[in-house]
Design a protein around this ligand. Structure first.
Ligand code: FNR
Length: 408
């Protein structure tokens, strides 16, 4: 592992040696022509760093907080939610949760995790010291029970939030020390009203057959919420395509009741960023689902710039002070410390990574995830020093220049 010096090397090794071809396809590919997938990576080259020198950077402190101080992090980096990771490594979510807790990085548990949530929580407490760790939980909104109703199933959603706020039964709480880990917020994925046009995987019968053959059955069944017997069953499988901002208002109120932060994932325009800020969600995550949903979008770093500017205008016009401002996160194609730095300079409070963690997981389970996180943290520290910044918070819009249009 030590000989793999960056995320791109982790990617090559994991793809060549640690994942069956059908699984590598599931992880690596995007939808349709993969324009969004490529845009995410290429987007970073469209912004240049603008360093300052002679700033006394002998000590760099990468720590930060997110969600209005609810979560403390060792660096402004989090793990995005991804289903299917137990097909990548048998320890799946547990390995990721352990590595994240030890690195002081937040993990977003996916709605379709194949490990019970209480097991993930029990394993995400830092063993080296007594600090508790915080997790986010990604939710999909389910179709309403009655077909003539619009939006998502509100009864199910309310019960789900209640469960996420107190996932352990009273007996479990008494017998384990697991209360130290908890779900601090929910991340609603908004860009998955259908399943994208993933021609190389879900839509390809050869891939489906190969996945079954090469991985001995494909994906373990989702069971994150198996202990949640308080949850009313969802009437129909599938995501609520009729969901609107009205549902987000309801969700915000429910989250508030349960002291859960609310993050909207999959925002790709300044207009939607402003609507989210108006409703008062705690954060948005600018994301195109790693290029797996709508193909042909702009890169997430471009969308981040657009969203940050729109949200800035919104708060300026409102004459609002700085307290409780909606935060902006971003994911998609982040592979280097310099990518993280560009996102922070453009206004992101935190970045999230998806595939780098899966490549690490494929290579060596928990140790591989730890290696991926460590590479990003070390690179970020080096970049901050070279940028003349002692903390991530010192990175501002002045530290990046968008390359001229003709060069793009
Ligand atoms: C995902 N992603 C995702 N997002 C989500 O909200 N729920 C999910 O279940 C999944 N599942 C999933 C599986 C796999 C294999 C991948 C690669 C991605 C999207 C994910 O959260 C994130 O947006 C992207 O992965 C970020 O881009 P990078 O870092 O992978 O380029």
């Amino acid at each position: 592992l030590k000989s793999l010096s960056n995320i791109l090397e982790l990617q090559s090794w994991a793809t060549a040696h640690s994942m069956a071809p059908s699984l590598a396809a599931f992880v690596n590919y995007g939808s349709e022509d993969e324009e969004s997938l490529r845009a995410n990576r290429n987007g970073f080259s469209q912004y240049s760093l603008r360093p300052r020198v002679l700033c006394n950077v002998s000590r760099v402190d990468t720590t930060t907080t997110i969600l209005q101080g609810r979560i403390s992090l060792s660096a402004p980096i989090g793990i995005a939610p991804f289903a299917g990771c137990r097909a990548v490594h048998p320890e799946g979510e547990i390995a990721i949760a352990k590595a994240a807790a030890q690195a002081g990085i937040v993990y977003t548990v996916p709605n379709w995790a194949a490990t019970p949530l209480t097991d993930i929580l029990d394993n995400s407490t830092c063993s080296s010291n007594d600090t508790s760790s915080s997790l986010l939980f990604q939710i999909y909104a389910h179709k309403p029970k009655f077909p003539n109703r619009e939006g998502f199933d509100r009864a199910h959603m309310a019960a789900l939030l209640d469960y996420l706020a107190h996932p352990h039964s009273e007996q479990q709480q008494r017998t384990s020390n697991s209360t130290k880990s908890k779900i601090v917020g929910v991340v609603l994925t908004c860009d998955t009203v259908n399943n994208g046009n993933r021609e190389k995987t879900y839509k390809n019968p050869t891939w489906v057959a190969n996945l079954t053959r090469e991985t001995g059955g494909g994906f373990p069944a989702p069971c994150a919420l198996q202990d949640a017997n308080r949850l009313p069953p969802v009437a129909q499988q599938g995501h609520a395509a009729s969901m609107t901002w009205d549902d987000i208002r309801f969700l915000k109120q429910e989250c508030h009741k349960h002291h859960l932060a609310l993050v909207l994932k999959g925002i790709m325009s300044g207009d939607d960023a402003v609507l989210a800020a108006q409703i008062g969600v705690n954060a948005i995550c600018v994301s195109n689902h790693g290029g797996r949903q709508l193909d042909g979008t702009q890169s997430t770093i471009q969308a981040l710039e657009e969203c940050a500017a729109a949200v800035q205008d919104f708060y300026t016009n409102k004459n609002s002070n700085n307290t409780n401002r909606m935060e902006i996160f971003v994911d998609g194609g982040i592979r280097r410390g310099k990518d993280v730095a560009k996102c922070l300079a453009l206004g992101a409070k935190c970045v999230f990574v998806g595939r780098p963690v899966l490549w690490g997981l494929a290579l060596a389970g928990q140790d591989g995830v730890a290696r991926a996180l460590n590479i990003l943290q070390e690179e970020l520290t080096t970049v901050l020093q070279l940028m003349g910044c002692r903390t991530p918070q010192q990175l501002t819009r002045q530290h990046v220049v968008a390359r001229e249009d003709e060069q793009r």
